[in-house]
Design a protein around this ligand. Structure first.
Ligand code: XMP
Length: 510
């Protein structure tokens, strides 16, 4: 495995993704992970991430010298490079040379890091405040850029390397190759981490954990993660997996039927449907604040789930579709990141019901989960589907959630889903959906004046949902949406398109 030590860069997860794309298993840990734990992981190579700190500040995060002397190759990225240089005796120059954006790197000396790159000049992405002013004896420059004489450096024997640029971002087109070279050529990883191998290992692990007669309970949300996790657990223990799907009345059109069709009919995984639409709508009456809504929905979900679990006769394990990004957030050296929105999950349930957790996907990224899903025979309608928030349409109805407003939004949203599918936009868009606004505007239809609701269309492109760009959709496509929504949704006379990226907006409106 490759160990990534996190100094707090916003891009650390991307480093891990690029390494995984080279079919090499890697894990992210905080930069100050104890030496004995690092030894126990027995990494074939270590990558030091970038970070927001300046090495010239007091108390800047630093490494134990021993980590650099474990014997395996080390690659420092940006801040990680300064850490290496400083351990090798670089003087703090203190010169502040901010550089942010594209730059041209010129390769001065051949190195395995640059294998397969054509020509000497390459576009790279820089994002740093400090700059190395002079190299210590032990380091030599192997590339430079306009603003930094030391765009890439290495020790003479070639075990420690540093690069000033960020190879993990898409703005460094040669970056994936550079990281691939590091893990495959320099660290000699075999590059054989595949999802088929992962599935085989996990099946054995789940069987060992659950034993021969215990049962596993899972709540399905309709999303990719819980669906794939359930399919995996089912493959491992068959009918001893019990799935509950809570119909909270906050689902998109056709969702429940899709779940029944996929799970019960196609995969042969029995699905217990909990009818809870009325309960959710009742409890949401008069709730306007987005965070309050989420809490009400979270608590109601737990109540319903507990009731259904009891009816099923109980279990010793609770299966969950936790992914690696959720795990990293809670171990990152920054600590759990600030709660921007309290995401709806079944937190608190395991302790309350005395259930042990089974989280077979907790080492995987979303794209890897999709691959596991395909490996398990799940169709595109599950594996490729867009993310959907646990609190459902409730966070897409700004203001109070009522049966009527849910119905209205569901109809408008069905038009969006239908048009996106017809136009084949699903693969390009991270999400596309309708939002119901809490206001009415004046319109004219037929010969009469109308005073009706406004629907906003939200369509974004994104790699991982953490940042997103509003989709530059074709005007004719938007026109079709607008016409169909106003024609087919009684109570709507105006459609607007949301042109806000994230940041500053979030993807969901609440
Ligand atoms: P935001 O709105 O924070 O959303 O930009 C980022 C991504 O997360 C999804 N999302 C949720 N997913 N429970 C979930 O499982 C939630 O409470 C929740 N809120 C937002 C959102 O759809 C987007 O893909």
């Amino acid at each position: 495995m490759i160990l990534i030590l996190d100094f707090g860069s916003q891009y650390t997860q991307l480093i891990a993704r690029r390494v995984r794309e080279a079919r090499v298993y890697c894990e992210i840990h905080p930069y100050n992970l104890a030496l004995e734990k690092i030894r126990a992981l027995n990494p074939r190579g270590i990558i030091l991430s970038g970070g927001p700190a300046s090495l010239y500040e007091s108390g800047a995060p630093d490494l134990d010298d021993a980590v650099l002397n474990l014997g395996c190759p080390v690659l420092g990225i940006c801040y990680g490079m300064y850490v290496i240089a400083q351990h090798l005796g670089a003087h703090s120059a203190g010169a502040y040379a901010r550089e942010y954006g594209s730059a041209t790197m010129v390769i001065d000396q051949h190195d395995a890091l640059f294998d397969g790159l054509e020509g000497r000049e390459h576009q790279v992405w820089m994002s740093h405040g400090d700059r190395l002013e002079a190299l210590p004896e032990a380091l030599a420059a192997i590339a430079h850029s306009g603003n930094s004489p030391y765009a890439a450096v290495r020790t003479h024997e070639g075990r420690l390397r540093g690069i000033q640029f960020h190879p993990e971002v898409v703005h460094t087109p040669c970056g994936a190759q550079v990281l691939r070279n590091f893990v495959l050529k320099i660290c000699s990883e075999p590059g054989d981490w595949t999802m088929a191998g992962f599935v085989a290992t996990k099946l054995a692990e789940i069987r060992a954990q659950v034993g021969s007669d215990d049962r596993v309970l899972m709540g399905l949300s309709g999303g990719v993660d819980s669906s794939v996790a359930a399919a995996l657990v089912h493959r491992a223990i068959g009918a001893r997996l019990m799935c509950v799907f809570v119909d909270n009345g906050l689902l998109r059109a056709g969702e429940r039927a899709r779940m029944e069709e996929t799970f019960a009919a196609r995969l042969g995984i029995p699905l217990r449907i909990a009818e809870a639409a009325d309960l959710f709508v009742e409890r949401l009456a008069g709730v306007l604040d987005p965070e309050h809504k989420r809490r009400v929905i979270g608590h109601t979900f737990i109540d319903v789930f507990e009731r259904e679990a009891a009816a099923l006769g109980g279990a010793r394990f609770l299966g969950q579709g936790t992914l690696y990004p959720d795990v990293i957030e809670s171990v990152s050296f920054k600590g759990p990141s600030a709660v921007i929105k309290s995401h709806h999950n079944v937190g608190g349930l395991p302790e309350r019901m005395r259930l042990q957790l089974i989280e077979p996907l907790r080492e995987l990224f979303k794209d890897e989960v999709r691959e596991v899903g395909r490996e398990l025979g799940l169709g595109a309608e599950i594996v490729e589907r867009e993310p959907f928030p646990g609190p459902g349409l409730a966070v897409r109805i700004v203001g109070e959630v009522t049966r009527e407003r849910l119905e209205l939004l569901r109809r408008a949203d069905a038009v969006v889903m239908d048009e996106v599918a017809r136009a084949g936009l699903g693969a390009r868009l991270w999400q596309a959906f309708a939002v119901l606004l809490p206001l009415k505007t004046v319109g004219v239809m037929g010969d009469g004046r109308t005073y009706e609701s406004v629907i906003a269309i939200r369509a974004v492109e994104s790699q991982d949902g953490m940042t997103a760009d509003w989709a530059r959709l074709d005007a004719a496509f938007l026109a079709r949406l607008s016409t169909r929504i106003t024609n087919e949704t009684r109570g709507v006379n105006r459609v607007v398109y949301d042109i806000t990226s994230k940041p500053p907006g979030t993807i969901e409106w609440e």
